[in-house]
Design a binder for this molecule. Structure first.
Ligand code: ATP
Length: 602
């Protein structure tokens, strides 16, 4: 589902690679812990899945879509099919909890009634039903993270990326968050979580992928935080430990050197060619992009020319394979919180939207794209829709087995409920079990304890004619959008003037591929807002035509995203954070009012 093939990523020409020839694959329904010392490349890897940064060498593929060939105007849509949560929550500070979650639905043009119903359900699911009217600063860190998860999941993405989601939380709040992530994963959502939390990794015994200095040094199916004694990773870390380089990040005593290193489970090492020279200057390896790798299937590696128009969407990505991977591997759970997927009808394979191989009909793919966008808004599929296309909703799935396909009557395990108590008991049992094996160690030098806030700015996709030339080819058959002149584009964020500190090395994203049209709640392309809708801030939503104008003005019932209004004297950091959050939620260029106001609020 997510595949890195010999991916090398440098932030600076000639600098040390943040990712160094990484080859790894995450499958549907996986729960993966991504571990490694600070600076080892975990966040970089996650951000590359979100298509924030492209490799200088190698290829990142998600559901058959080569992200290096994805057009810029497709990126917002793509990001909506990937949820992401962060250590520092990144809630919009001037929005209530409810509105923060609703924002992700407004971005896709969902109807008010859908938003109301869906957000209410999601907040119940994460135990925040009573806190919807509060602002982020009025709730605890654990509650903020649950709100952030609710926002990431409200559109039912197929992939959830979590970058140290428990890093700022105490153990109890961490447990709540992990419980929710387990539920989400149990619904078939692929979860990739970067963490330094040894206790959590050791307790859950899921797949562990370890990075070290940008290289993948371990990939264990049911791993613990520490690499197996004698393994390749263990040897490397031991050497580092001896030299003192890892002391700041791993308080444990260094293991004694192995007499005979055992065979290890390294994936990347097997593929690494020793001494390979990596170009110092960012340059896209077009050869590796266009040449199908031996051994890959057509679905996973679409034919040249078709890659740019493949779609990857939440529903169809949750196939039977995800369900197969769902059961807890170690018997830590008694199954009480896991619904019977077969009984609940969620194991039927979906059809029709799988990534296409060679010869795919562009028209059909376009329809699939529209349909997929539309499906984001079908948050409460009615009986008819449910019968045609059963959905695997983490909301209903996670509700202790009481699955409701309509998504409205699911019983949430809110704090204090019977399900919640059962979970608490289970978690307590897990903790006890874990502590019998090995006392959990909380790292004193965890980034959270260092008072580490948002560490780096996410890259803003810049333009490059080189990639434009590379990427335009496969998408050219898609119609008028590809012929839009760059100069006709509205003004959304000007990375150079707005956020110089956030600039990344050029990543070859063509300006010309910014979106020229929006997609409404029905999945139809609609025209951009007329100029008169892009005016100054209105005193109240009722006065503001933007607030009430759906993208394209197609329906008064369709909500347009509200404009985040930074609370704290409109500081640059607030602006930057808000803008970054909006980008990650897939706010597109046609939401000009958002960008304009964000700039004005600096
Ligand atoms: N925007 C950036 N510009 C330049 N260098 C960067 C940028 N982001 C990350 N790096 C560098 O890339 C390397 C990997 O960083 P990354 O954030 O991926 O590590 P990490 O494992 O997530 O660390 P942590 O556990 O502290 O979050 C580090 O050397 C870091 O300094």
């Amino acid at each position: 589902m997510i595949r890195f093939e010999h991916v090398t990523r440098r932030y600076e020409p000639g600098g040390r690679p943040a990712l160094d020839d990484v080859t790894v694959e995450f499958n549907r329904g996986d729960f993966v812990f991504l571990i490694g010392a600070s600076g080892s490349g975990k966040s970089t890897l996650l951000r590359m899945i979100l298509r924030e940064g492209l490799p200088q060498r190698g290829k990142v593929t998600v559901a058959g879509q080569n992200l290096g060939l994805m057009l810029e105007r497709r990126v917002p849509d793509y990001r909506r099919s990937v949820g992401m949560v962060f250590q520092d929550f990144r809630l919009l500070p001037d929005k209530t909890v409810f509105d923060n979650v609703a924002f992700a639905m407004r971005v896709i043009g969902a109807k008010r009634s859908q938003i109301r119903e869906r957000v209410t359900s999601v907040l119940e699911r994460v135990g925040l039903e009573d806190l919807g009217r509060r602002y982020p600063h009025e709730i605890s860190g654990g509650e903020q993270q649950r709100a952030a998860i609710a926002r990431a999941m409200v559109n039912e993405p197929a992939i959830l990326l979590a970058d140290e989601p428990t890093g700022n939380l105490d153990p109890r709040a961490s447990d709540e968050v992990m419980k929710i992530l387990r539920w989400i994963n149990a619904s078939g959502t692929t979860v990739v979580m970067a963490t330094h939390d040894r206790a959590i990794v050791d307790r859950m015994r899921r797949r562990v992928v370890q990075l070290h200095d940008g290289a993948l040094v371990r990939d264990d199916e049911r791993g613990s935080y520490d690499p197996p004694r004698g393994s390749h990773a263990w040897t490397i870390l031991s050497e580092q430990e001896t030299s003192g380089a890892l002391r700041a990040h791993d308080p444990r005593p260094a293991p004694a050197p192995a007499a005979e290193p055992a065979p290890h489970t390294v994936t990347a090492d097997a593929a690494r060619s020793a001494g390979e020279d990596v170009p110092a200057v960012a340059s896209f390896d077009s050869d590796s992009e266009s040449t199908p790798e031996p051994g890959t299937t057509p679905e996973e590696s679409p034919a040249p020319g078709e890659e740019g128009i493949h779609v990857s969407w939440p529903d169809h990505l949750r196939g039977p394979q995800a369900v197969v991977d769902v059961p807890e591997p170690t018997g830590e759970f008694d199954g009480a919180e896991m619904p019977d997927l077969d009984r609940d009808g969620y194991t039927e394979p979906e059809s029709g939207l799988e990534p296409e191989g060679e010869g795919a009909d562009p028209e059909r793919l376009r329809d699939a794209l529209r349909q997929a966008v539309s499906s984001h808004t079908q948050m409460s599929a009615g009986p008819e829709g449910a019968a045609e296309k059963p959905r695997l909703s983490w909301l209903s799935h996670a509700a202790g087995g009481e699955v409701d396909r309509q998504g409205s009557a699911a019983t949430p395990a809110a704090p204090g409920s019977a399900n919640d108590r059962r979970d608490e008991i289970e978690d307590a049992r897990l903790r006890a079990q874990s502590s019998e094996d090995e006392p959990p160690i909380h790292e004193p030098d965890h980034p959270a304890s260092r008072g580490q806030g948002p560490r780096r700015r996410l890259p803003v996709p810049p333009a490059s004619p080189a990639e434009s030339a590379t990427a335009a080819t496969p998408d050219e058959g898609e119609g008028p959008a590809s012929s839009d002149p760059p100069s006709s584009e509205p003004a959304p964020p000007d990375p150079a003037s707005v956020e110089p500190a956030d600039r990344d090395v050029p990543e070859h994203v063509p300006d010309a591929d910014r979106p020229a049209s929006a997609v409404d709640a029905e999945g139809e392309e609609v025209a951009d807002l007329p100029p008169e809708h892009h005016q100054s801030d209105a005193a109240s939503p009722a006065d503001d035509p933007i607030e009430h104008a759906p993208p394209g003005g197609s329906s008064p019932d369709v909500e347009s995203p509200e404009v985040p209004k930074p609370r704290s004297s409109a500081s640059q950091s607030t602006y930057t954070d808000t803008r970054r959050t909006a980008e990650q939620l897939g706010v597109t260029g046609e939401h000009r009012s958002i960008w304009r106001r964000l700039r004005r609020n600096r």
